[in-house]
Structures are given as structure tokens and as C-alpha cells.
Design a protein. Structure first.
Length: 183
């Protein structure tokens, strides 16, 4: 039994992966909203605590740490934004996907320009042109259908989490059997 306690973190990870993957698959938008709210509230609370600590540091003739004060105010602002913006989570992710698509297009154009400038031959040239074309194609897909690709991203993420949980569970069972046979 003493060796079994080392399996607890892996068991918790498997449960976490399976639960998060399932929740995202069932309703990714609601899950993301909840994550935004929880993250926002945690940031708000941490920011308020840091603000109080930095202000209390200035009592009794001491000076207030300007850096700590700025960080606490930034934490409060970020926490407030995430908590307030939870209803816009799909719009935020869609905008991020659009921005990422534009970045991919620009990156692909730079790669293509670099390839044409140095005119590399052999495998380096092939992979350079392939990488440039792939970046441009993926960028176009992301930029011209950001909502659809965001939904696909959430679906793929949830399936990967569930698959990872299954693989981890199988690995855990094999490891547990090996531990039991070693005793």
C-alpha cells in the first residue's frame, strides 16, 4: 500500500483530464465562461490582498512600494476584465483566432520571402517552402473562418483530453499491476 500513494497524483490528473475534456465537449462555451469567471475572481481577490499589503507596508512611516502597488492594481484590472467579459468569451476566442490567423499569414509571407531570397536547395529548400505554404494556408483558414475554427479547436482539445485520460489510465493500470507483482 505504501507504493500506491505515489499513484494518487496520476489518478487525480486522469480524473481532471477526463472531467475537463467531457465538460468542454458537452458545452465548451459555458465551461470557458466559468473558467473566465473563476480566473477573474481569483485575480481580483489576489489583487485586493496585494493592494492592502502594499498600502499597509506604507504605514508607520514606511514607504509604499510603487511596484507592488502597480502590480496589485494590474491584477485587479485583469481580474475585473475576466470576470466582466465572461459573457463575451466566444467573441474573445474568435478574435484571438482571427489575430492568430493574420499572424500566420504574415509569418508565411515572411518565410516565403526568405526562401525566395536565399533560394535554398535540397531538403532545406523543400521544408522551407512547405512551411511557408502551410503557414499561409492555415492562416487563411483561421482568418476567414475564426468562429468555425474556434469550435473545432475546442472539440479537438476535449477529445485529446479524454484520449489522454484513457491512455494515462491504461498506463496507470499497467504500472499498478507491475507494482503489485513486485511485492
Amino acid at each position: 500500500m505504501s507504493k500506491a500513494k505515489y499513484l494518487i497524483p496520476t489518478i487525480l490528473l486522469i480524473i481532471f483530464e477526463a472531467v475537463v475534456g467531457t465538460l468542454i465537449l458537452i458545452d465548451g462555451e459555458r465551461f470557458a465562461q466559468i473558467i473566465f469567471i473563476v480566473f477573474g475572481v481569483v485575480m481580483l481577490v489576489c489583487g485586493i490582498i496585494a493592494l492592502i499589503r502594499s498600502l499597509l507596508g506604507g504605514r508607520n512611516g514606511g514607504s509604499i512600494n510603487g511596484g507592488a502597488l502597480a502590480v496589485s492594481l494590474l491584477m485587479i484590472a485583469i481580474g475585473g476584465f475576466f470576470a466582466a467579459a465572461s459573457s463575451y468569451v466566444v467573441d474573445i476566442f474568435t478574435a484571438m483566432t482571427l489575430i492568430f490567423g493574420i499572424i500566420m499569414i504574415v509569418e508565411g509571407i515572411f518565410k516565403l520571402t526568405e526562401f525566395l531570397t536565399i533560394r535554398a536547395n535540397g531538403p532545406i529548400g523543400f521544408f522551407g517552402i512547405f512551411s511557408a505554404i502551410l503557414s499561409i494556408i492555415l492562416g487563411i483558414i483561421l482568418a476567414f473562418n475564426p468562429f468555425g475554427t474556434t469550435v473545432v479547436m475546442w472539440t479537438v482539445t476535449s477529445i485529446m483530453l479524454i484520449a489522454t485520460a484513457i491512455v494515462d489510465l491504461i498506463s496507470l493500470i499497467v504500472y499498478a499491476v507491475a507494482l503489485k507483482n513486485a511485492d
